[in-house]
Design a protein around this ligand. Structure first.
Ligand code: ADP
Ligand code: MG
Length: 765
């Protein structure tokens, strides 16, 4: 912490604060905070704001006042002509923070807005023009995607170029949820040739032994007997290039038939398949299964479809974050993710010390023989605290676990509140009270994050009682994927120097522990007989800690590998989105009709006017790029499902995947002029220009896709999108020796093989 500059800022705040240097602007904010909100910013908050302004990731504990720190950084950027997005953890916090801080912005003469899910689209364009915008990464990302399917530059709301982003609770978005794609789907007319229904009928003879389901990737594969059967029924070499689409359809039909369950995964309503959102458990109209799966489920129910949702665009949160040239963030748990922030996003982490020393006692992990024993320990800890009128916050792993704990408590006559991140505003009010004497609050990882828990309740009435009882007790119920999430939960207690305590529970049959095969790792230390109470074998506990580290995925190679699958799509998306935007805003004119169908073009220009035709041509291509992109997304979905096949053939799947994507993209792009000509022919059948209808989706929907294949979801991918060249960035990630080796191999082979996937799946037109 640079005390000198902080002192300077404070002394400047006595004066007029007129300049736009960082000291002057911060001094102005300091003064404005005192004047409007009556709070005197702490040195730690100024230090955090300085780090944010430098584009850093700031670690600042829960309750230390990050909301205000962000305002300083935002005002400084705004004073220097930048536009700032402050991306909060949820809609509730976006609104809360904007309303809370608005008096300071007003005083500083900085315009501020807020965009949340309920903000009408008509108002968004103006809101995004404000100097500082509070929103969520999800909402901003959806607006970015929605612009991709508009046909009029005037309908686009999201800024052309992004500038500076401050991510609040940054690790949750930039790491934990980084890989979750935001999706936009649209209802598009489709012609149902009945082929898929035929395939569905033909696989009726496939039994259990003919296919296998891979839980991890969520894919269905043919076994040897299944492949034989398919070849017999369809009379072809099932793994040959020309059978690629057929193979994808067969496995989709098998998955629709054997894996997906009506009323659990989807419902059939009004002749359409409607997905059930696994997160909320509610029907999610407009959400579609990717690729061939949607039509396969329709075939299963004999539905004849004329219009159906198709995925039109998607972007993973981490890639959305990277659209901002300057990034910064703040969270209570940045330190342990320091390496990831640097490697993935290219930003450094700065740790701001807490203003007061932390008085929370964190107990080490307690391991139990099984979930039953563990539950007993948790319940008795809650009961004990409740009897002593001490508040308890239970961080459970899932909604089911929360509800089951609540039931156990009910049987004991202990009252509790359960939070599932379903209604953030309501739950914020509940969690704000979690520090009240005797409160028992059960929450998932996500629920109530960003909300202040004050000891003794919001009005602090019982502060002394609660402090004497030991402050807030946090119980983490099972092993989490990273120690950061555990830390985040522990950090709910001991805010601003409060007393507090946290305990962390695990059982030998916890999913995380079984998945990582503790039995094998621990060898003779693994207990064979049930014991009551916590296990104490030190060697066993060390192995459990090791599992935590393994699961934190410090495996560099794994992440590099994952990036190799997703970067190519990013590159293609960037090009496609950029091209489309420039067509609509008039900065680029399509000339395919002029060049590739000169005769027809002249006719059309004569009939409808040259200027009108040019405008229409741009729109037609823009709409065609949407079709093109739908096909691309379908194609890459089924490519990924087939990745394992290349491993059988001893190839490098990532490399093959990239080659296939690139080939597909290029060949599909090559087909655009021809497809444009078809549109022009259709146009010429019209008497008047208004009679020509561009194919656009009748409705669009946005949602988060929680169920991407495991191979793409496990870990965020690495930096590289920042550097100029995609190829370079991939190369730079490989170890030097590996690169040489690889390039020798692949250069030699590449020309001849054209990508295994290319051969395997062919190219979809
Ligand atoms: P964080 O986001 O770091 O968890 P918040 O921004 O929600 O913390 O602030 C936590 C609490 O601290 C709020 O109740 C806020 O009003 C209070 N607070 C923040 N800054 C100050 C300050 N400088 N002086 C007094 N109280 C403050
Ligand atoms: Mg906060």
């Amino acid at each position: 912490m640079d005390k000198k500059i902080i002192e300077k800022i404070k002394s400047l705040s006595e004066g007029a604060c007129e300049g736009d240097s960082i000291e002057e602007v911060f001094a102005g904010c300091f003064k404005a905070a005192k004047k409007t909100l009556g709070i005197m910013p702490f040195d730690e908050q100024i230090a955090a704001a300085l780090a944010l302004s430098e584009g850093k990731m700031v670690q600042m504990q829960t309750g230390e006042g990050k909301t205000l720190a962000a305002v300083f950084a935002a005002c400084y950027a705004a004073a220097n002509g930048h536009s700032v997005h402050i991306l909060t953890f949820n809609d509730y916090l976006a609104e809360r923070d904007k309303n809370w801080m608005k008096p300071i912005y007003d005083e500083m003469g900085v315009s501020v807005g807020c965009v949340v899910e309920s903000t009408p689209r008509a108002e968004r364009r103006e809101l995004y023009k404000k100097q500082v915008v509070y929103t969520t990464a999800k909402e901003a990302g959806f607006d970015y995607l929605r612009d991709f399917v508009t046909l009029d530059a005037d309908d686009a709301v999201f800024p052309d170029t992004l500038d500076f982003a401050i991510f609040d609770e940054a690790d949750s978005i930039l790491i934990d949820e980084a890989r979750i794609p935001l999706v936009i789907a649209g209802d598009i007319e489709v012609s149902d040739s009945g082929e898929l229904r035929e395939i569905y009928a033909k696989i009726s003879g496939f039994g259990e032994e003919d296919s296998a389901f891979d839980e991890d990737s969520g894919n269905v594969y043919l076994t040897d007997s299944g492949a034989d059967k398919a070849e017999e029924i369809f009379g072809c070499d099932i793994y040959a290039e020309e059978s690629a689409e057929l193979l994808a359809r067969i496995t989709a039909c098998l998955k629709a038939r054997d894996i997906l369950k009506e009323n659990k995964d989807y419902i059939v309503k009004d002749g359409a398949v409607v997905l059930i959102d696994e997160f909320t458990g509610r029907a999610a109209p407009g959400r579609v299964f990717p690729g061939e799966l949607q039509p396969a489920v329709e075939a299963k129910h004999g539905l004849k479809i004329t219009s159906r949702g198709r995925i039109m665009g998607s972007i993973a949160l981490q890639y959305f974050a990277r659209l901002y040239p300057k990034l910064s963030g703040m969270t209570g748990t940045a330190e342990s993710a320091r390496e990831e922030f640097e490697k993935i996003y290219g930003i450094l982490t700065e740790v701001i010390p807490t203003r007061l020393p932390c008085a929370r006692e964190d107990h080490p992990l307690e391991l139990y023989f099984d979930k039953g024993e563990k539950r007993r320990a948790i319940i008795s800890a809650i009961k004990e605290a409740a009897d002593a009128k001490r508040p308890v916050l239970v961080g459970s792993e899932s909604i089911e676990e929360s509800e089951s704990i609540a039931e156990d408590l009910k049987a004991l006559g202990v009252k509790c509140e359960v939070l599932n991140a379903k209604n953030n505003a309501l739950e914020a009010a509940i969690i704000a009270k979690a520090g009240e004497s005797g409160a028992v609050t059960i929450s998932t990882n996500m629920a109530g994050r960003g909300v202040d828990i004050k000891l003794g309740g919001e009005d602090r009435a019982d502060r002394d009682i609660v402090t004497n009882a030991g402050g807030l007790l946090v119980l983490v119920t099972s092993m989490r994927e990273s120690s950061r999430i555990v830390q985040q939960l522990r950090g709910r207690a001991g805010r601003q120097g409060d007393v507090g305590e946290s305990r962390y529970f695990a059982a030998l049959d916890d999913e995380m522990i079984e998945k990582n095969d503790l039995k094998n790792l621990a060898g003779k230390h693994y207990p064979t007989e049930k014991t009551e109470g916590a296990l104490s074998d030190k060697a066993l506990l060390r192995e459990v800690e090791r599992i935590q580290r393994i699961s934190e995925g410090d495996s560099f190679d794994e992440r590099v590998n994952l990036m190799k699958y997703t970067l190519i799509g990013e590159k293609h998306r960037e090009v496609t989105f950029g091209k489309r935007r420039s067509l609509l805003d008039g900065s680029y004119n399509c000339e395919m009709w002029q060049k590739d169908a000169a005769g027809l073009y002249e006719k059309a220009a004569e009939r409808f006017g040259e200027k009108e035709i040019q405008q229409l041509e741009n729109k037609v291509l823009a709409a065609l790029l949407n079709e093109f992109w739908c096909d691309y997304l379908d194609y890459t979905t089924y490519l990924r499902e087939g990745i394992h096949l290349t491993q059988i053939a001893g190839r490098n799947p990532a490399e093959e995947y990239n080659i296939a994507c690139e080939e597909y993209y290029n060949s599909a792009a090559d087909s655009l002029p021809e497809r444009m000509t078809e549109k022009l022919e259709k146009l010429l059948t019209c008497e008047r220009l208004e009679d020509y209808k561009i194919d656009v989706p009748t409705r669009t929907y946005t949602y988060l896709l929680n169920d991407v294949g495991e191979e793409l979801k496990a870990k965020p991918v690495l930096v590289g999108v920042f550097s100029d060249s995609y190829e370079e960035s991939v190369k730079s990630l490989e170890s030097p020796e590996k690169t040489e080796e690889n390039s020798e191999n692949s250069d030699g082979e590449r020309t001849e093989k054209h990508g295994f996937f290319g051969k395997l799946f062919g190219r979809k037109k």
